[in-house]
Each structure stands twice: as C-alpha cells, then as structure tokens.
Write a protein that binds this ligand. Structure first.
Ligand code: PGA
Length: 252
C-alpha cells in the first residue's frame, strides 16, 4: 500500500516573525497523524528556521526549486547540497509557475529531478495542462510529454525515488479543483505510463493531486484509488486547514 503524502507549498509567502506559529502547529499536528506523511516546501530564506522548528517532528520540509548544477556562477539559484545542509527531504521541480515564469523546459525539469535524486533528495515533479490544452482534449498528451522527459532524463528505476504531482494549471489558486473523475483519469494514466516502463515503479510511485485542495474537497480526492496525497498551496498557510487535509488523507 502506498503511504499518502500531504505537502504544503508556501510559494512566495511567509515571514520570519509569522512562520513559527504555523510551523509549531504543524509539528504538533503531524505528531497526531500516524498513517500519513506531512511536509512543507518553504521559500529558501526560511529553510533554516524551518529546520530548527521542525527537527525531531514527523513533519518533513523542503525547497520549492533546485538547480541542476552542482555549484558555480548561477546567480539566484539554490543547489542540492545547500538543501541538504538545511535538512531538506523534498524539493519541488517543474511547478507550473516556474515552467511559465522561468521558461523551464521539460528537459530542464528532468535534469533538476535527476540532480535532486543523485543528492538523496526526493523531487516532487509537477505536471499539468492549461485550460486551453484541456479544452482541446490534449490533457494526456501534455502530461505524458512532461512525464516522458522525466522518465528519460532520470531513468525509470531512479524514478522510484521521486514523487509525481498532477496539478492542472487551471485549478491552481482558482478555487476550482479538478473533479474526482478528472483527477482519477489523469492519475491512472500517469501510473500506467510509468508502469509500462517498469511495473514495480509504477505500482509504488506516489502521485499527488494539486490545485485548490481544501478541507471541503480533500476527502473525496484522497479516496481516489490513484491519488496518493496532495500538494497544497493556499490552504497550507492556514494551520487548521492544512491539518484537516492531513486528517482527510489519513482517514481516506
Ligand atoms: P493551490 O496551489 O492549492 O493554492 O491551488 C497548489 C500548488 O500550486 O501547488
């Protein structure tokens, strides 16, 4: 059975003064949940604060992006080694906001995921289609293109050390999540795509759903057979909401 993972993506939000209340609530809350893994992905300047406050708690932490380069003249980028020093377990790669704003190609996302795995981090690799692509009936074509680049760049066996996240772009921050049918269709398709390269990796890989997950829709999404948790944006900034989603994943 795949353990569910509920990961909070803070995006470019938080403050040194405000973070402790949220992090302490998560450390306490996560300790009450046995069958689900919890994590927060925080802005890089808050990683060491997060490490201090979550160390020893069952809530893991990580970054929101990582460079595929080891070190050197890459202004503004954060390396795998730096994330390791901050005790990170996870890092998001290929979030649609980075693909769109920083023109990250499928190949670059694959290189980042590969670098993360090589350094012992678990990349949470995001895939997802725009509304136009969905309306044109191209959803699976788009997510397969994104996934295939990762399978090729990372190697299907090493993909066992990654997590996938299906995040339809039209559902992110819109308040309108995918329906359970839409989510299950894409998750099952992603799993069978991985399975066609390696059955064991396909059966075991966690596939998170992301896009307007909130306490009111979490349970129905978490109950879907191929949904193994959630990547939560807005609702992860409110301790009670995030913990409610964690509890939904634990009871699903
Ligand atoms: P949202 O964001 O939950 O605010 O829709 C999810 C994400 O972008 O990871």
């Amino acid at each position: 059975m795949r353990v569910k993972l509920v990961a909070g993506n803070w995006k470019m939000q938080g403050s040194l003064g405000g973070n402790p209340a949220l992090l302490k609530a998560l450390a306490c809350g996560a300790a009450t949940l046995e069958s689900v893994a919890m994590a927060v992905l925080v802005p890089a300047p808050y990683l060491f604060q997060t490490q201090t406050l979550l160390s020893g708690s069952p809530c893991a932490w990580g970054g929101q992006d990582v460079s595929e380069e080891e070190n050197g003249p890459f202004t503004g980028e954060v390396s795998v080694a730096m994330l390791q020093e901050a005790g990170c377990r996870y890092v998001i790669t290929g979030h649609s906001e980075r693909r769109a704003r920083h023109l990250e190609s499928d190949q670059r996302v694959a290189a980042k995921a590969s670098a993360a795995i090589a350094g012992g981090l678990t990349p949470i690799v995001c895939v997802g289609e725009t509304l136009d692509e969905r309306e044109r009936g191209e959803t699976l074509q788009v997510v397969f293109r994104q996934l295939d680049a990762v399978i090729q760049g990372v190697g299907v066996h090493r993909l066992a050390n990654a997590v996938l996240a299906y995040e339809p772009i039209w559902a992110i921050g819109s308040g309108k999540s995918a329906t359970p049918e839409q989510a299950q269709e894409v998750h099952a398709a992603l799993r069978s795509r991985v399975s066609s390269s390696d059955w064991v990796v396909g059966a075991g890989i966690q596939i998170l759903y992301g896009g307007s997950v909130k306490p009111s829709n979490a349970l129905e999404l978490m109950r879907l057979p191929d949904v193994d948790g959630a990547l939560v944006g807005g609702a992860s900034l409110v301790a009670n909401d995030f913990m409610d989603i964690g509890r939904a994943a634990a009871t699903a």
